[in-house]
Design a protein around this ligand. Sequence first.
Ligand SMILES: *Cc1c(COP(=O)(O)O)cnc(C)c1O
Length: 415
Amino acid sequence: MRPPSVDRLARSLAHTGLPHPLLVDVARAAIADGEHEQAETRARAVAASLLQPVINATGTMLHTNLGRAPWSHTAEASFSNLEFDLSTGQRGSRQRHVGRLFAQLCDAEAAIIVNNCAAAVTLAMAGLAVGREVAVSRGELVEIGGGFRVPDVIEQSGAALHAVGTTNRTRASDFANAAESGADIAVNLMVHQSNYKIVGFTEAPTVTQLAELDTPLVCDIGSGLLDAACPWLASGPPPWLEDEPAAKQTLAAGADLVCFSGDKLLGGPQAGIIAGRADLVAKCAAHPLARAFRPGGLVLSSLQELAMAYLRRDGDAIPFWRMAARTPTELRERATALGIGQVVDLMSVPGGGTLPTVEVPSVGVMLTGDHTQALRVHQPPIIARVQDQKTLIDLRTVEPGHDSHIAAALRALNT
Ligand SMILES: *Cc1c(COP(=O)(O)O)cnc(C)c1O
């Protein structure tokens, strides 16, 4: 039998919802490979490769592969006062609106927003230390995943690294000695050990100790916990957050600047925030890299919504904090209500390169066998995990409104 024409085959795939030019590519490749019967499967694979919402049933609250923090944002097509001052009618700065809100949230004099925390640290080093040296503890010359390596970031910013102390033990006096040695140190940088721990014979200076030195102190706290007291949670801070540095407390302890991510414990869109002393924030904002790292209006208005939720102390409006605050009791009720699979106690993890040793008690359901592939092709796709040939669905990371999707997908499995 002769293969169908490319055009006819492409038209027969219209029900997949893909635009015609993509279907033509699929049809042409399938015919060329002598697999025109596979064209529909191929079209579905192309559809699956497009960006789309998925249900995270892994129990990893900030799943890097699944976009870290879930955050919804809606905006109608519209102009905005992104760089326009409505009170004066003059040109304004895109950094003013949201920067001011984050400054208030961390009790800082000023704040600016960039594309991610890697950009925030790079800009802070470029703005404060270009052509000079940055002192960092050897215990914090780390890689935080995705190629963020502290020595490289410092070098790329145009500053030079001045390593102090040792891998396991560094003291404030190591930083003081570096400054007195004649080195031209512009900044002392502390980098939070977000995704690893050094245990045993260890020592590290506190923020308060380094703040007593004359050199400006920049703290990359990474995860973006705003306030250790979590005033946006009625139940107060969860116990597993205990050792996590928070922006407000780090600044209160004397840091001159903090840098953090928008999409880790902050629970918002991908962004980076630099907050602290107004003169230092202004130096960062004035550096040419600030233009390259600036966020778009979509991200800024989305971050503004998030900042407003924090200012209202409304943790319920922030999906990450909703999932963090779920109790095993309510999760067990939901797991039981699914009516399929065995209800089991599980351990969720914060994820996203934060809190590497923390586990959070959770509840979900378990099915015998590995069903992850079938769950991935469900609409919407459900991402589960497998352990010892058992499929685990952790409900902490699933919005309750999505339980019906989970139940339908589990019922459709051949178990
Ligand atoms: C995650 C992290 C970063 C990188 O943040 P991005 O927003 O992903 O660029 C930098 N520093 C620390 C300490 C981190 O934890």
